[in-house]
Design a protein around this ligand. Structure first.
Ligand SMILES: [Zn+2]
Length: 312
């Protein structure tokens, strides 16, 4: 195993220690995740865009699957090489046969590959923490508990500057957006449909009562139906949203179909129902900002940022 601190190789052992710098290894690569500390930290580096963003397990999972997916691009090159070698050695018939078998392998390789289950990434953070290496910017659980109000409010825009109210379907999406300062950048108040964090409820109520033209944005995973969420929010007695313009900012399965960059997690296997935070944060933020400022669907925001269509 390579030491992430000094790159020295140390033979695998449970609770191994680097023989050069005494770094204590946290992960066991013989477990189903097959990750060493160095590989895990590389994934974290990608999920945080080089330490810039807070990230969730779902974002880490995308990068994990990108790493694990068979390298399709190698096959066409191998096909050309085998084809030319066959042509040189045994004539065009063998070359054609070689090309056909490689095409078969490509088809078999991509069709038969299944992304590893999400659960294999559970506990990695705990294992690293136990070895003395807590992962910075990892959102492990809802953070803004009752007594930690200032953790949230320090990320809020000035109340007079608030222009939008964003209601999300899951609590961790509040953490992701607020910690990465999306509330500040988009001049929004962000709350979940179950009323998390609870100290934001009075601020949201006051805002809705004072400004009748305040737009309410509904932001959800593509596992949640926009009609269902609209109904939930309307029946959600905690917030008086009636009479306010409502805008669906959520992700829909029909939109996910076009996001070829997500193919490593194979959204088709879940009927295109995926958590919103499967999308890298930088892409998500730009798309959301684009949709909010121009009043267009989220897919248009993704398309404007090159996240729709074929992989580059
Ligand atoms: Zn070391």
């Amino acid at each position: 195993m390579q030491c992430p601190m000094c790159t020295t190789q140390t033979p695998f052992a449970k609770k191994a220690v680097c023989r050069s710098c005494d770094y204590r290894f946290g992960l066991d690569p013989t477990l189903p995740h097959h990750l060493t500390d160095a590989e895990y930290l590389t994934l974290v580096e990608r999920a945080t865009s080089g330490g810039r963003y807070f990230f969730t397990q779902n974002q880490l999972y995308l990068y994990y699957c990108i790493e694990r997916m068979p390298r399709n691009t190698i096959w066409p090159i191998a096909g050309i090489l085998i084809g030319s070698l066959g042509h040189y050695l045994a004539g065009p018939e063998v070359a054609v046969m070689g090309a056909v078998s490689v095409a078969g392998l490509v088809y078999y390789g991509t069709r038969s590959w299944r992304p590893p289950p999400r659960v294999v990434l559970e506990n990695l953070h705990e294992d690293m923490k136990a070895a003395g290496h807590p992962i910075k910017r990892y959102i492990e659980k809802p953070l803004f508990e009752f007594r930690e109000e200032e953790k949230y409010t320090e990320h809020l825009p000035d109340p007079l500057d608030i222009e939008h109210l964003i209601i999300v379907d899951r609590n961790p999406l509040v953490d992701l957006l607020v910690l990465n300062d999306f509330a500040k950048h988009s001049k929004s108040l962000i709350i979940s449909q179950s009323g998390y964090p609870n100290y934001v409820i009075p601020i949201a109520k006051e805002l809705l009562a004072k400004r009748k033209s305040l737009t309410v944005y509904l932001l959800h995973d593509s596992t949640q139906n926009r009609i269902a969420m609209k109904r939930n929010v309307a029946e959600f007695t905690l917030l008086p949203t009636a009479g306010h313009p409502m805008f669906n900012l959520g992700l829909e399965p029909a939109q996910v179909v076009y996001m070829k960059h997500l193919s490593p997690i194979q959204p088709a296997r879940t009927k295109y129902g995926i958590p919103l935070d499967s999308i890298p944060y930088a892409v998500l933020e730009t798309a959301l900002m684009y949709s909010i400022t121009r009043g267009v669907p989220l897919l248009t925001g993704f398309a404007a940022n090159g996240f729709v269509g074929r992989k580059p």
